[in-house]
Every structure is written in structure tokens, then in C-alpha cells.
Design a protein around this ligand. Structure first.
Ligand code: PAF
Length: 274
């Protein structure tokens, strides 16, 4: 595995490559969820590039940019064992210059749900993903469905800017109790981790209701909110179609049910695709 920290070194390393490139962008603190993306990229491509970059432009004022877990040594080992070819770990100076040209999230889809609660987050996320996709020259790039709205916006960016890369959505990885894996789970105490399970329980309740024939979004949301009482604060429960339009009735094969809630220090998100 080659570790590169500059754009120049990455461009140089890429010159040696033949065949397809699979790319997994991350902010580090790698866990089983990231590993499953890397493994899929490994199976489907000749070369795998992983980036580890805690992108400052997607954190809002007062969010956890400084506290965000950084585990460079462990991340390097995980990538090595997973058969990554190139690990790109740039500095902020390598990635950004002052007075940058910016990319904006779309006016509606980019400013609901996560975009409403974290205004500006998606602008910064799209900006860095555009840079990383260009730098990697990937044929395929792998993103988890846990960040469902992020995935939808990246797919839209690739479509709107005619970028020559296939975006591959990957399944959510959960721990043995059902908690969706996230680097921010590291902030949870044992008691909070137990309460955090209410997110996946609420989604399971919703999915059971749909399977039993209940399609009314308001009825499902009300039941989910009951289960979510264990959270410290629920930010939203939403039932949308795959293009993030709000639904009145669940549409089988075209629905995403999402939840965002605070449990202790972290704000957690989770979803299921129906
Ligand atoms: O999902 C993430 O970890 C980040 O938003 C990403 C896609 C690596 C961009 O910084």
C-alpha cells in the first residue's frame, strides 16, 4: 500500500495504474461500515484508493470538527489489511485554497432534513467530494446508505455535472444489537449506546407496520415517535421517496424512512429503504 499526503504524490501514484479504480472517501476513524465499502471496492476493481480527510467545510460552527475522532495509525492498518492500494491522507492546505470556487447543494433537496438542520453542511460535503472524485479518477465510488441524503446529493452532482464515475450505494452495517455503525458512536457511553438503539427500533417498528399493510405516513411516524422517546431529542422523522419528496403513503420499492436524534453528545442518524 502506498500512503500519499499530497495531490502531486497522488497524481504520480495514479500514473502507475492499469485497469479500473474503485474509490472510498472517508473521514477516518474507520469501522466495519467503512471496511465493507472497501471490501466491495476491492472485489469490483483492479485498484482501490481510500481517502482519509476530516473535511472542515462540511462542519458547522460549533460542531465537532476539533473533537472528531482521528485515528491515523489504526486507519492505516485497516486499509493495509483490507488490500487498499493507495491511501490518500491530505492536509487541509493540500485540499483548499483561499477564496475558492464553491459548489452549492440544490435549493430544495439540499435544504430539507439534514440540510435544514445543518445549513451549509451539504455545500461543503459536495465541494470536497467533487475534489476527491476528480483526484481519484475513480470508475466507481462507494458510499453508505446510512447517509442517504448525502448519497442522493452526490448522485445528483455526478448527474448534473456529467461526471464520469459510477456512484455505488452500499448497505448500512449495524452492530449485533442493530445500532448503525458510525464514527460518532465513539462518543456514546454504555448507557447512551443502549438508548441509541431506539433509532433502529423505531425503524424496525415502521417496517413491521408497512409489512402489516399500514402505509399511512402520519400513523407510522406517530408510532416511531413513541419508540424514540428514549432519545434525548428527536430532530426529525421523515418518510420520503427516493428523490426525497415527502410522501403521504409509503410506496413499496420507492421509500426511505429516516430519523435523526440526539443521544448524549452525538447526533445520530439512521434509515431504512422500503
Ligand atoms: O460520509 C463521509 O464520511 C463524508 O461526508 C465524506 C463523503 C467522506 C466527505 O467528506
Amino acid at each position: 500500500m502506498v500512503i500519499v499526503r499530497t495531490v502531486e504524490a497522488l497524481q504520480k501514484a495514479k500514473k502507475e495504474l492499469n485497469g479500473s479504480i474503485g474509490f472510498v472517501p472517508t473521514m477516518g476513524a474507520l469501522h466495519q461500515g467503512h471496511l465493507s465499502l472497501i471490501q466491495q471496492a476491492r472485489r469490483e476493481n483492479d485498484t482501490v484508493i481510500v481517502s482519509v480527510f476530516v473535511n472542515p467545510t462540511q462542519f458547522l460552527e460549533g460542531e465537532d470538527l476539533d473533537a472528531y475522532p482521528r485515528r491515523e495509525e489504526a486507519d492505516t492498518k485497516i486499509c493495509e489489511v483490507a488490500g487498499v492500494d493507495i491511501l490518500f491522507m491530505p492536509t487541509i492546505e493540500q485540499m483548499y485554497e483561499k477564496d475558492e470556487l464553491c459548489i452549492g447543494a440544490p435549493a430544495i433537496r439540499g435544504y430539507i432534513l439534514e440540510g435544514e438542520k445543518r445549513p451549509g453542511h451539504f455545500d461543503g460535503m459536495l465541494q470536497v467530494v467533487m475534489k476527491l472524485l476528480n483526484l481519484s479518477s475513480a470508475d466507481r465510488a462507494y458510499f453508505g446508505k446510512k447517509d442517504a441524503q448525502q448519497l442522493a446529493l452526490i448522485t445528483q452532482m455526478v448527474r448534473n455535472y456529467f461526471m464520469d464515475v459510477e456512484i455505488i450505494p452500499c448497505e448500512i452495517v449495524r452492530d449485533e444489537n442493530g445500532l448503525a455503525l458510525s464514527s460518532r458512536n465513539a462518543y456514546l457511553s454504555a448507557e447512551e449506546k443502549e438508548r441509541a438503539l431506539c433509532l433502529s427500533r423505531a425503524l424496525k417498528r415502521a417496517s413491521k407496520m408497512v409489512m402489516a399493510g399500514e402505509f399511512d405516513v402520519d400513523v407510522i411516524k406517530a408510532q416511531m415517535l413513541e419508540v424514540l422517546q428514549e432519545a434525548d431529542r428527536v430532530e426529525y422523522v421523515a418518510i420520503v421517496d427516493r428523490s426525497f419528496k415527502a410522501l403521504k403513503k409509503v410506496e413499496i420499492g420507492n421509500t426511505i424512512i429516516l430519523v435523526a436524534a440526539w443521544v448524549g453528545k452525538p447526533r445520530l442518524i439512521d434509515n431504512i429503504w422500503i
